[in-house]
Design a protein around this ligand. Sequence first.
Ligand SMILES: Nc1ncnc2c1ncn2[C@@H]1O[C@H](C[S@+](CC[C@H]([NH3+])C(=O)[O-])CC(=O)[O-])[C@@H](O)[C@H]1O
Length: 336
Amino acid sequence: MTQSNMISFQKFLDALPEEYDNYKPELEIAINNKMATHNDGNLRRWMKLLDNPFTQITDHKLLDQSWVSVGKQTDLNEQDTHTLDTYIQGLMPWRKGPFELFDKKIDTEWRSDFKWERIVNQLGDLSHLNILDVGCGNGYHCLRMKAAGAKTVMGIDPAWLSVCQFQLINHFLQEPTVSVLPFTLEEIPQNLNLFDMTFSMGVLYHRRSPLDHIAHLHSTLKTGGTLVLETMVIDGQLGEVLVPEGRYAQMNNIWFLPSVPTLISWCKKMGFEDVQCIDLNQTSTDEQRSTEFKPGTSLQDYLDPTNPDLTIEGHPAPKRATLIAKKSSGRLKRYA
Ligand SMILES: Nc1ncnc2c1ncn2[C@@H]1O[C@H](C[S@+](CC[C@H]([NH3+])C(=O)[O-])CC(=O)[O-])[C@@H](O)[C@H]1O
């Protein structure tokens, strides 16, 4: 991958604190390999787009609010205003947010702030924590974690569009201790034992081996660290799981939707303790809907028009639980 004005992970690597010392050389190689071997035609287009010079740096940053914001329209000349519009249009669709760049509102498909507001007060103090956010999308929650005091936030997401959206936003925000890196969880080494807190929100149901996902999350954490796990669930007892035949809410990559007691038992089985459900919420069409920045279909098109508690395939409508859990400080009770 050639160099780009805007796409760079170097500032993040340079800003990593000593806790990352053992991992940093390997991480740097993995990033370089990823950039050298990507085979994504769209990425070349997005990189070209982001290569237009736009150096506006601003002091006006508001991360600790629903609309993560940077800059004021009055900071921009006409040329910059036009360039910013081409960036935003060129990086559509915008799924996670919302954001406001120089007073230009990017109303995203998801009001990701709703999820954050439901859980933030139950996470404890994030000050000085090194955090991993697995499947972080364009890094909206990573920025909210930073605003809540995190020392570093390493987001990972395999979708290059998400990586590019974050690079655009962070070009203006200039937060060196937050990044979205182009990795799946499976590309993160096992047994890092590095992070104080690991989030996996909206990823587990995409995995065909959910227990392996939880075990891998466990191995990212240092002893005593906290997992925040959010996924779609069904109502039901211990042992109940829905494995939808065919599509679920039109998605063809949904595998396991456990009941909350089942999900808790999976976490315990993988070595977590103090597992608690801190939120249970049926997704509303206020939280997920199509917008100017993500046109086309969205949640309301995936629900039964006569019964919003069912998907159009007849499954229970999307309901999400968030669990928090501790990596045991005692002997690991995990079943290998
Ligand atoms: N194996 C994987 N490893 C890492 N990421 C993955 C993997 N597979 C898919 N993803 C990524 O996980 C994200 C799931 S979206 C949640 C975003 C945010 N967390 C949110 O809570 O709003 C969920 C949703 O919208 O349904 C996508 O960005 C994928 O690219």
